[in-house]
Design a protein around this ligand. Structure first.
Ligand code: UDX
Ligand code: ADP
Length: 470
């Protein structure tokens, strides 16, 4: 089977599908790329002529979209039409953790992947390469293959046989640096059985990536590598966060400890920033997937090992809320607390699994009134994240929250500030001005170790930093 790829369809126009296809379109002007999604509001946002209104905020994305949109990159909700004309189809749909049924709370819900595979089986024509892009549980390719094979006996309306090849090509981009990561990745991983299909996908990446960086494996190694990479990264964060608690008790400083161990080239200095716990759509989900797999294959010790990485993450999150309450004389009822940052990390508007959510919920439950400021997250998104909290608050007379349009607005009259996201603008806040707006005795809780501690203390604000204490 030889493949001549001219048209690509990507199912799913989210945080992965949108930026990934934009960079492929940018680097491969000879390909036509249609990104399709069920969500018309999202598609309209991708087509918005005002580039500040794109549904995904990523530094540099607007420039790439400006160059390619309506040149060789199109966003549409005509899913069937674009599947049927594609030579290669990327599946880039959401795979959240299951909430109900078998594997609830651990296994990924692949119903959207299955639905996409069924659509591909029905509408694709001729020979088509199907590429798994979403983070998926190991062996999902088997499910996709099984669904596609049912249509293998079916012929297209022109009497041609449908043929499919399934590849796994996991995405390693991190939000906030997606464009940089896509343009200059550490590696590209392609897993599959068909050498011709692998070659066809490789030839696309070779337009801008060196061949040494393209790794080819079997399907299962590729799927498992993605889960393992995320599990290792998350494990490093839980490790450093666990040490941050020891630092606070002993007087050691987590930044000094991280600096000292990071100089060991075997350990390396990346991913050693203590914080309020990891967020984002991948880490927790992927580890839970791994745990589910281990239990399925009767490896309970391995399952427990990885489960602990998630448990430490949750513990760290709630530990910080408790510190805040304790420092504020054990009660925050009717106190105003400014929350700086709601996205799960800087340079993204994504709030999935954001550590700010847990902290805000805890503080609302304790009766505090929160003023939330984030430079990129919209009010409706915060509302969705704290929705159930609002209901509980109304019923039980707990605390509340409102959106602030600026840092100064948020801190005015506040008893405390909590920095929850590592946005650059929080590194250089004007503490003299802020101290005058707050109610004394005022506190700053820096969960990201961003600020200059002496500068804060100089202006009479009490300070607590993760892994540094007060
Ligand atoms: C991650 C992986 O990095 C990426 O390869 C994969 O494709 C998707 O999952 P992402 O979740 O976008 O990417 O962001 P990442 O930079 O990994 O950060 C995840 C979380 O860990 C964030 O909440 C971040 O603030 C936190 N983090 C990261 C720390 O708390 N400390 C660190 O040192 C690094
Ligand atoms: P990710 O971070 O993995 O990109 P997102 O939730 O941001 O996840 O995006 C996934 C997108 O996939 C959503 O916009 C959703 O509407 C879309 N989607 C899910 N199922 C289908 C489907 N069967 N056909 C088209 N789009 C789909």
């Amino acid at each position: 089977m030889t493949f001549n790829i001219k048209k690509i369809c990507c199912i799913g126009a989210g945080y992965v599908g949108g930026p990934t296809m934009a960079v492929i379109a940018d680097r491969c002007p000879n390909l036509i790329i249609n990104v399709v999604d069920l969500n018309l509001e999202r598609i309209n946002a991708w087509n918005n002529s005002d580039l500040s209104k794109l549904p995904v905020y990523e530094p540099g994305l607007d420039e790439v979209i400006k160059r390619c949109r309506n040149r060789n990159l199109y966003f549409s909700n005509e899913i069937e039409k674009h599947i049927s004309s594609a030579d290669m189809i990327f599946i880039s749909v959401n795979t959240p953790t299951k909430r109900k049924g078998v594997g609830a709370g651990q296994a990924s819900d692949i119903k959207w992947v299955e639905k996409s595979a069924r659509q591909v089986a029905k509408y694709a024509n001729g020979t088509t390469i199907v590429v798994e892009k979403s983070t998926l549980p190991v062996k999902t390719a088997e499910t996709i293959k099984a669904i596609l094979e049912t249509s293998n006996q079916n012929q297209t309306i022109n009497g041609e046989n449908k043929e499919f090849s399934v590849l796994s090509n996991p995405e390693f981009l991190a939000e906030g640096t997606a464009i940089k990561d896509l343009e200059n990745p550490d590696r590209v991983l392609i897993g599959g059985d068909s050498q011709e299909a692998i070659k066809a996908l490789e030839s696309i990446y070779l337009n801008w990536i060196n061949s040494e960086k393209i790794i080819k494996t079997n399907l299962w190694s590729s799927e498992l590598s993605k889960l393992t990479a995320n599990a290792f990264l998350a494990q490093r964060i839980s490790s450093i966060n666990s040490i941050s608690a020891i630092c606070e008790e002993t007087g050691a400083n987590i930044k000094e400890v991280a600096g000292a161990i990071g100089m060991d080239t075997r350990i390396g200095n990346k991913f050693l920033s203590a914080g309020p716990g990891f967020g984002g759509s991948c880490f927790k989900k992927d580890i839970l997937n791994l745990v589910y797999l281990c239990n399925h294959f009767n490896l309970p010790e391995v399952a427990k090992y990885w489960q602990n990485v998630v448990e430490i993450n949750e513990w760290q999150n709630h530990r910080i809320s408790k510190v805040i309450v304790n420092k504020l004389f054990g009660t925050i009822s009717e106190k105003k607390i400014a929350i700086l940052g709601f996205s799960f990390k800087a340079n993204t508007n994504d709030t999935r699994e954001s550590p700010a959510i847990g902290i805000c919920r805890d503080l609302i439950e304790e009766g505090s009134s929160l003023a939330i400021y984030d430079p990129r997250v919209e009010e409706k998104q915060i509302k969705l994240c704290l929705e159930s909290m609002e209901e509980i608050s109304n019923l039980n007379n707990l605390g509340n929250w409102h959106l602030s349009r600026s840092v100064i607005d948020a801190v005015t009259g506040a008893d405390a500030i909590v920095i929850t996201t590592d946005w650059t603008e929080f590194k250089s806040l004007k503490w003299e001005e802020i101290s005058k707006k707050m109610r004394a005795p005022s506190w700053l809780f820096d969960t990201r170790n961003l600020v200059d501690i002496e500068e804060v203390k100089k202006h009479g604000i009490n300070f607590w930093g993760v892994g540094c204490g007060s």
